[in-house]
Design a binder for this molecule. Structure first.
Ligand code: ATP
Length: 304
């Protein structure tokens, strides 16, 4: 497998606090790599280091085979675009003016690609509107367009859906999938919104206290995670008896709900419950696999 980014025991120390503590990760080319971790785990610090905004205290990283200590890193970093923390955009300008500024910064001689970029992020309609009057989702999409100006094939997005409304989240999700699938851009995306990440990521890196505690592909994650079905019934005491009798593993969620793990025979279960006069109100397969996996890896406490 070819990797566009490999980090090796990266450390970043602020006074006597280690924000990164030997972080080693591998981002395969063509992947959407989800970097998952609690607040303060070190995600933004990692992104700042690989973007060249800060230097590591020790350890190193390789971008498209070029080590960060090599002079050629400046050249190879042109293959990378990033939106770190908030998008780097000027609020008193239009979307087009922002892109022109970025073209000038990068020394791109013609503005030819700008119309196409605005189309790509669905901002063609905003014409003379100043960015300060954009929705958060539009600002985020413009930030991504700015990061795409140099035509990178590796895009790094730090918490791109934070604070967005459901429509904004869908638009960013569709844009990320389009960039990855149609333009073959490798994407590293940090997020603590696991449900959303699970709709995108092909690979995961779980960060805790400045270290990667596990890297796994989405396909392998699916294979190791158990299926979970949430049942709503009239009486969970009867449900427990029936599930025990069928040798199924479960977790009681409330007086009327339980999560049942593994493959279940819906017909057999419904007949057994009916015999005991317990009614099944609803039955849904839940995609909790990523959340459960994450909780088992790093435990509860603060939000992911
Ligand atoms: P969040 O989701 O909250 O942004 P994160 O995983 O991105 O979390 P970082 O922003 O990388 O976490 O921060 C990691 C740790 O390093 C935190 O405890 C943070 O307080 C600390 N930290 C970050 N920057 C500095 C700094 N310049 N000086 C001192 N400590 C810092």
């Amino acid at each position: 497998m070819e990797y566009c980014l490999i980090t090796d025991a990266l450390c970043k120390q602020y006074r006597n606090f280690k924000a990164l503590n030997g972080l080693s990760m591998h981002v395969p080319q063509g992947s959407i790599y989800g970097l998952v971790g609690k607040n303060g785990a070190g995600k933004t610090t990692l992104i700042r280091l690989i973007s060249g905004i800060q230097e590591p205290t020790s350890g190193n990283y390789t971008l498209y085979g070029v080590k960060n200590t090599d002079k050629a890193i400046y050249k190879v970093r042109q293959r990378m675009g990033a939106v770190v923390e908030s998008p780097a955009i000027y609020l008193d300008m239009t979307a087009e003016e922002n892109l022109k500024i970025q073209y000038q910064v990068l020394g791109i001689p013609s503005y030819e690609g700008i119309t196409e970029l605005l189309q790509l992020v669905d901002l063609t309609e905003c014409g003379k509107k100043k960015v300060k009057n954009f929705s958060l989702g539009m600002k985020q999409r413009l930030g991504i367009a700015v990061a795409l100006c140099g035509n990178p094939d590796f895009l790094v997005l730090d918490e791109p859906i934070n604070g967005l409304d459901p429509q904004g989240i869908i638009e960013i999700r569709e844009l990320i999938l389009k960039l990855n699938r149609e333009l073959q851009i490798t994407i590293l995306i940090s997020s603590h919104i696991l449900d959303e990440l699970s709709k995108l990521a092909t690979h995961y890196g779980f960060v805790d206290r400045g270290m990667i505690v596990k890297e796994i592909s989405a396909a392998d994650l699916d294979a190791v995670c158990r299926k979970c079905t949430r049942l709503s019934v009239t009486d969970t005491r009867i449900l427990c008896r029936v599930l025990d009798g069928m040798g199924l593993e479960y977790n009681i969620v409330s007086n009327t709900q339980a999560d049942v793990f593994g493959e279940i025979s819906v017909t057999k279960l419904a007949i057994a419950l009916d015999r005991e006069h317990c009614e099944v109100k609803s039955m849904n397969e839940r995609d909790e696999s990523l959340e459960n996996y994450y909780m088992n890896l790093v435990g509860g406490g603060r939000d992911a």
